[in-house]
Write a protein that binds this ligand. Structure first.
Ligand code: ATP
Ligand code: MG
Length: 313
């Protein structure tokens, strides 16, 4: 009888080394499947958004990837290593749940304590404080920090080892709009170059603004993975022109228009919305009366509502 060969995680996909790869990753708590058969792929250098509503399984997944909890079943590889193995952990920085800082020590001294036990050289402390724009408040006691400053110190701590992979669990949670915007800017800057950032969020707009690729998790399962554009689906133009029949015939013949559908007296063209002016000119020069022409893509929100079965993210 032929033995069943279990497929091991692939090191590479489409030529890009995978920084995180999971196969059938599952975590059950009694009857609750917190994470169910998750297949994630995070590529080197990207900012990956792990998006899902409350209770979807984001933190549980990140904790498994960091080796903080064991999966019930399935495999995961982080930077080619088993989660939690010393070789892997040296290259991963994480901010999952609020880090335990000493309230009576300054931000700088908290980082000193951390740097000492992780064998990080001390000049690095000033570098990471600069990176998160806390240099000016470095000598203030942690308990005097605002929530945004505490979060930034958490990111600074995660950066101490100059990690190849930075894992951030809902880094903007609880911050005010300015704090959120600052944190987003910081993450974008940190994600430049070779460093990979994996962040979780329940905020659609946030992920859309800062991530290269997105994985959508709903009730423990991955329901979609791809670039924001891919998840959004086909883009197009809505055209209202009289006579509609004639407009449809012209539109069908245009190069770059993939599909023409009639929609309540208007036409929906599947095409690059940037071509609006050119299409308008063609219709007008054919003697048609164009009364409306606008981009008509599926919004990311609509796409997600569809993917998560109506649960907002
Ligand atoms: N230690 C635990 N024991 C029992 N159930 C747990 C445990 N940790 C998580 N769960 C359950 O697993 C599910 C996923 O939780 P998880 O914290 O991973 O979600 P999340 O996506 O991070 O949500 P949030 O956006 O609220 O942080 C939830 O139903 C939660 O109650
Ligand atoms: Mg969580």
């Amino acid at each position: 009888m032929a033995a069943t060969v279990r497929q091991e995680p692939q090191e590479k996909e489409r030529g890009t080394p995978l920084v995180v790869e999971t196969r059938g990753l599952t975590k059950r708590y009694g009857r609750i499947a917190a994470v169910e058969s998750l297949d994630l792929t995070v590529r080197r250098g990207e900012v990956y958004g792990f998006l899902g509503p409350n209770g979807a399984g984001k933190t549980t997944t990140l904790r498994m990837l960091l080796g903080l909890i064991r999966p019930t079943s399935g495999d995961a590889r982080v930077l080619g290593e088993k989660p939690g193995s010393p070789a892997g952990l040296g290259k991963v920085g994480a901010l999952v749940e609020s880090p335990a800082f000493y309230p009576y020590l300054s931000g700088q001294d908290n980082l000193r304590v951390m740097a000492r036990y992780s064998g990080v050289r001390s000049p690095r402390i000033a570098e990471v404080l600069e990176r998160v724009e806390l240099s000016g408040r470095a000598k203030d006691k942690f308990r005097k920090y605002s929530l945004g400053m505490k979060q930034r110190l958490g990111v600074a701590a995660a950066l101490l080892k100059d990690p190849d992979l930075l894992v951030l669990d809902e880094p903007t949670n609880g911050l005010d709009p300015k704090g959120m915007a600052d944190m987003r800017d910081l993450i974008r800057r940190l994600g430049k170059g070779d460093r990979t950032v994996l962040l979780s969020s329940h905020l659609l707009g946030e992920v859309e603004q800062i991530c290269d690729r997105v994985g959508v998790i709903s009730k423990g399962s991955l329901v979609a993975e791809g670039s924001v554009a891919e998840l959004r689906g086909k883009q197009g133009l809505l055209v209202r022109a009289e006579p509609t029949e004639e407009a449809a015939q012209i539109a069908e013949k245009l190069v770059g228009v993939e599909e023409v559908a009639e929609l309540g007296g208007a036409l929906r063209l599947t095409t690059d919305p940037e071509r609006a002016a050119e299409i308008n000119a063609k219709l007008v020069s054919a003697g048609l009366r164009v009364s409306e022409l606008r981009p008509a893509g599926q919004s990311l929100e609509e796409a997600f509502l569809e993917l998560t079965g109506g649960e907002t993210v």
